[in-house]
Design a protein around this ligand. Structure first.
Ligand code: NAP
Length: 297
């Protein structure tokens, strides 16, 4: 499916809403839209994040990739990791081809030495870590708890929970040294509610919330803000794998969400950027509901 037709389907419900708003008041038509944003096509070297160094875990695809592109488009220098080296180099090159600054380093967030080397290289190369988006994560295959192999539990917990712990453990010392920083951890709708058959994912994402709150309290007086974001259903390779495993589809899942559509990764990127911006200067220890209303039900 082409990008345009995918967007048209995702946004079709929203277009109806925006059209109604236009009929009421042309003056406010731009203000209250649910239309997903287009990725910023050109890089603005003097943009909102000019001179900021942004570290992202897991930006070889999906939300992390979209966030890397979005930060770079607004002038940031982005250093990111993931395990798929060819893909990582390809994403970094395409950001550079568009005029942005980005480098990829292979690192597995489950391995402390690799997380340490990842943060260290960022500081050696760029001098600091202003912003960290701890995004790397994997889904759970569907299984009841009594049937779940321990290795499966451990892998998801190591990636989604321990990976966030290790990332913050190695980012925070640099932020303390430079006088501050901002961290956003990628949580989930699964941080707040239980979904049957995905216990490791749900438990790991609940852990992200508590890690976020504790880190926020521990470093609030040292000029480090720590928040998390809770996406619902976002069109990424992970969601597509999960829907295939659950034998369901976009249309069915959309019905669970008040906005009645699947969110696109650029929307999560924009929300992460809000939390990282000075507009969120007094926000710490919070989880931002980016589900499109699921958690309000
Ligand atoms: N899509 C959704 O609907 C949704 C909803 C709520 C929350 N989330 C969260 O959003 C985050 C991103 O997921 P996504 O949907 O964008 O899926 P995705 O496209 O599969 O991206 C996951 C990213 O994490 C990286 N990653 C996984 N394990 C890693 C490891 N051990 N070390 C380093 N990097 C690792 C992957 O890179 P490599 O494979 O190259 O290592 C990839 O770049 C996850 O934390 C996920 O739980 C997603």
């Amino acid at each position: 499916m082409s990008e345009v037709s995918r967007r048209q389907i995702l946004a079709s419900g929203a277009i109806g809403v925006a059209g109604f708003a236009t009929a009421i008041s042309a003056q406010t038509a731009q203000a209250n839209t649910q239309n997903p944003p287009e990725p910023q096509a050109t890089v603005n070297p003097n943009g909102r994040f000019a001179s900021k160094v942004v570290l992202i875990t897991g930006a070889t695809s999906g939300i992390g990739e979209a966030t890397a592109r979005a930060f770079a488009a607004e002038g940031a220098t982005v250093h990111f990791c993931g395990r798929r080296e060819a893909l990582g180099e390809q994403v970094a090159q395409s950001i550079r081809d568009a005029g942005g600054n980005a480098t990829y380093q292979r690192a597995d967030v489950r391995v402390e030495d690799e997380v340490h080397a990842f943060t260290q290289r960022c500081v050696e190369q760029y001098g600091r870590i202003d912003i960290a988006f701890n995004n790397a994560g994997i889904e759970s295959s569907p299984s009841l708890i009594a049937d779940r192999p321990l290795e499966d539990w451990m892998d998801v917990m190591m990636t989604n929970a321990t990976g966030v712990f290790l990332s913050m453990k190695h980012e925070i010392p640099y932020m303390l040294r430079q006088g501050g920083g901002v961290i956003v951890n990628n949580a989930s709708v699964s941080s707040h509610v239980g979904f049957a058959t995905i216990a490791p994912y749900s438990a790991s994402k609940h852990a992200v919330l508590s890690l976020t709150k504790v880190a926020a309290l521990e470093y609030a007086d040292r000029n480090i803000r720590v928040n998390s974001i809770a996406p619902g259903a976002v069109d990424t390779p992970m969601l597509r794998r999960a829907l295939a495993a659950w034998n369901t589809d976009f249309e069915t899942v959309s019905q669970d969400y008040p906005i009645q559509r699947i969110v696109i990764p650029e929307e999560i990127a924009r929300s992460v950027m809000f939390l990282c911006s000075d507009d969120a200067s007094c926000i710490t220890g919070m989880d931002l509901d980016a589900t499109g209303g699921y958690l309000t039900k």
